[in-house]
Design a binder for this molecule. Sequence first.
Ligand SMILES: [Zn+2]
Ligand SMILES: [Zn+2]
Length: 487
Amino acid sequence: GKRGRTAKSRYNTKEWTTLDDLQCQICLSVLRQCVALEPCGHNFCASCLSQHFANLLQAGLPLTCPLRCAVPERVVNNKAVRALIEMHEPLETPLTVSSSRNASAGAGVDVADLNEVASQGQGTPSTRRTKSGGISSPASLAAAKEEAEDEDFVEMSVLCPLYDDMLPMVASSLKSKQVEFSLSQLRRPEGDPNPFMAALESLARLAWSDDVIREEIARGHGIEAMVAAIRRFPDNEGVQCNGCLALMSLVRGEGDVCQHNQWRVAKAGGVETIVEAMNEFHDHAMVQLSALLCMIPLALENPMMQAHVADLALPAVCNAMRLHPKEAEVQAKGMVVLGVLAQGEDAVHDAIRYRQLSINAHREIARSLAIYGGESDEVLWAALFSLAVLVREGGEPFEPACRAAAGTNVQTLVVEALEQYRENMQSAGNVDLADDTILRAGTYLLDVLGPTVVKLREERRRMYAVAATAVAVPAVLYAGYKFLIAR
Ligand SMILES: [Zn+2]
Ligand SMILES: [Zn+2]
């Protein structure tokens, strides 16, 4: 109709080809204070993106593009798109207003008009439904904007504001916002555990492989807050798990920050808290696993921490293995913890090995070997590692450790497990096993245990001989006694 021609005369076809760029993918209205996410390049209203980020923050989720593309590196002011919108702003096409108003009033859309508008663009009619139910056609920019001003206007979120003077905002400041928010969640006075669980998970994700964030959390007293959260909800499994994983994320790197955080966790009473969680939830495999996962990096390459963790946690580690024989992960991680804690060539580590023997850690390892054999690489490797540490040559408890291991039939179990492992590897197509870590570890262990096993067998044979005599003597006496009675 006439109105269509009016539109044609006013708009330049070239500009319509970029129309998708002028529409916010969140509110589907004209972009207001357009910001773009890099590297994906998607455009949003500053307030819409701010609100989107705030929702993610509150859910404890990482800040991602609303269209789920690559992890954002920056939020920038999209001046080009803002200028383009500025050009269109004074124009109000009657066509647009009427079709949009008709639609929202339920009177239907003038299809002819829409098609005419679409033909000015890319050929196919592009219609989108706005939140208010109206049709947003390429020509309805002004109407959409009007609607947005009326009812769809979204305010900038205070959790993650994106005002122009804050742009460009880099990924690290987005992460800092998350840290800040999550730490504030951990200080909430309310008794609902869910925000705590979400905050712990969010902190675990953020610090997973980022020393800057690890330091930031520690400086913000995050470690104390995490430990306090675990203690505050002693009957909530999720908080216990996420708390252990959050602590783990702060120490699982190799740098100075992680070593510092090991001390900080100890100072905050973290190890005691983890052990309490294990005891409280002894029948929950996930809590056991989270706690064990946390202990490994907590004690790694830090002899003092190894002594500290061993002092508090050894019985809980053995309990976890004993109570969850069907959980391969618990078995494997439990044995890795045993190995990590006892690995060292000094008197302290000799004492830790003695302690492991005294609480029968070798029996848990033997049970694990008996159950899993060569079926699980992870369990087998962990078993060989923890045993090799326990029977370390030159260590003070070398002889008793070998005896303890041999006494639980470890040698036979290892031989069988290695045989099964070798068969599995060969049937999977791995023929060259000369350099295989597991086989080498197994061979080493058998070499170490061999002499003790032989000695032990000798001793047993002698003992049986003595025992046989001991049985024979009373028999003779008894016979003599009967003989005497008969007399
Ligand atoms: Zn995107
Ligand atoms: Zn928007």
